[in-house]
Design a protein around this ligand. Structure first.
Ligand code: RP5
Length: 168
């Protein structure tokens, strides 16, 4: 059986700087992934074919990022029953609010789990995908726990520095 992986899709090369943050999280947590630039509007057939093929090959979670009228995550969700995480990309005259609404307002029965607009969402999409894979992968679960512990240490160290500065 093939190793479950995450597919990270983006609607345009102009989204790539945000997706680098997603790649970074998946790299740190040692989550296998592949990535494609594919558009719900500009390359609809290729998007459909890719999703169906990746689904067959063992994709466990799809991440789909798009801006403006951001239909990529919804278009992916229409082709698979694997979990789909949508990242609304910041930009355009509405600064990502259009992408958020387009991503999150899915009709009943075809869900997209949307994360926040922009950079925070791009990072959290990686964590959320990792947490889904961790349901059946103890190594990934341990990597997530270790990351959280390091995060907590960072906050405590920052707090200690603040206390030292204020209290002398
Ligand atoms: C969306 O339109 C893409 O996901 C991108 O965020 C936005 C603009 O695309 P480009 O015109 O920069 O290719 O489909």
């Amino acid at each position: 059986m093939s190793t479950p992986f995450v597919a990270v899709l983006m609607g345009s090369e102009s989204d790539l700087s945000y997706l680098e943050l997603t790649f970074n999280v998946l790299d740190v947590l040692k989550v296998p992934y592949e990535t494609r630039i594919t558009s719900a509007h500009r390359t609809p057939e290729q998007t459909r074919e890719y999703v169906r093929d990746a689904d067959q090959r063992g994709c466990a979670v799809f991440i789909a990022a798009a801006g403006l009228a951001a239909h990529l995550a919804g278009a992916v969700a229409a082709q698979t029953i694997k979990p789909v995480i949508g990242i609304p990309i910041q930009g355009g005259p509405l600064n990502g609010l259009d992408a958020l609404y387009s991503t999150v307002q899915m009709p009943g029965g075809i869900p997209v789990a949307s994360v926040a607009i922009g950079k925070a969402g791009a990072r959290n999409a990686g964590f959320l995908a990792a947490q889904i894979l961790a349901l059946s992968n103890d190594d990934i679960a341990n990597n997530i726990k270790t990351h959280r512990e390091e995060n907590a240490k960072g906050v405590m160290i920052a707090n200690q520095h603040l206390q030292d500065r204020i209290n002398g």
